[in-house]
Write a protein that binds this ligand. Structure first.
Ligand SMILES: [Zn+2]
Length: 151
């Protein structure tokens, strides 16, 4: 085993950072160091920051152009940014209503409740209608965050 180590400077913040990899032997480690010497130019902190910025911009674009009349979300800055992304991802999928119906069907099949289909139909219609209303009325960032796994 041999350790390869590259020190590089971040083009965004100017900080020096180190990348380490483990190789089978010195030859491979040296080779990697030589090949990738100038490859890394962004530290992990700035990489995360860039990624976050891109996600925020994408969410803002969807929020603006989606055709829904979306309320401003309330919460801490961090919550709002996260909830905006969750909401944008949700409405970006034009088939969200179908997704809800499908999930509803799967859930009920599991519960062996197919024989009371009519009641269920009403239920999923309610669920879709409820969600359509939520999109345009829910102002709590925490609500989107809490329900992110059920959307
Ligand atoms: Zn940096």
């Amino acid at each position: 085993m041999a350790k390869g180590k590259i020190t590089a400077q971040c083009k965004h913040c100017g900080e020096y950072f180190t990348i380490e990899r483990t190789f089978y032997n010195r030859y491979e480690a040296d080779n990697w160091e030589k090949c990738y010497e100038n490859y890394y130019d962004c530290c992990s902190k700035c990489y995360k920051e860039q990624k976050r910025k891109k996600e925020e911009e994408a969410a803002a674009k969807i929020t603006k152009e989606c055709g829904y009349n979306l309320p401003e979300l309330e919460g801490s800055a961090k919550q709002v940014a996260w909830a905006n992304k969750i909401r944008a991802d949700f409405i970006k999928n034009e088939n969200w209503a179908i997704k809800i119906v499908k999930r509803w069907n799967e859930e009920t099949k599991k519960k062996k409740m197919v024989d009371i289909k009519k009641n269920l139909e009403v239920s999923w219609k309610c669920r879709v209608a409820e969600m359509a209303l939520k999109i345009e009325t829910e102002e709590s960032a925490a609500w989107w965050i809490d329900h992110r796994n059920y959307l």
